[in-house]
Design a protein around this ligand. Sequence first.
Ligand code: ZN
Length: 98
Amino acid sequence: MADVERKGEAPAFKYCESCGIRLMKPSDCGGGDPHNARCKDCCKPDGSYKDKEEVKQHIKKLFFSPDAITVMGERVESDEEAEKLAEEYMKKMPAWQS
Ligand SMILES: [Zn+2]
């Protein structure tokens, strides 16, 4: 299991290493396991990691779709744009650094 302690201080919260949402309680984490570095939406019900394409769809819906609850930056007009933004976003996440 990957350990995702942020450098330096011990944060009260941790963040999904895959999509960046805040994990506030064990049930937010994949498989309901507080030691899981990813949120439940980036994991399958058993806590194993979803593949990149599935996670991208999650991120797209979460942050970049026209009806996203959280709009990051400008309003997204098209699905293609959302797709592109989600890809860019993922490049900055620890889980998808290569
Ligand atoms: Zn996540």
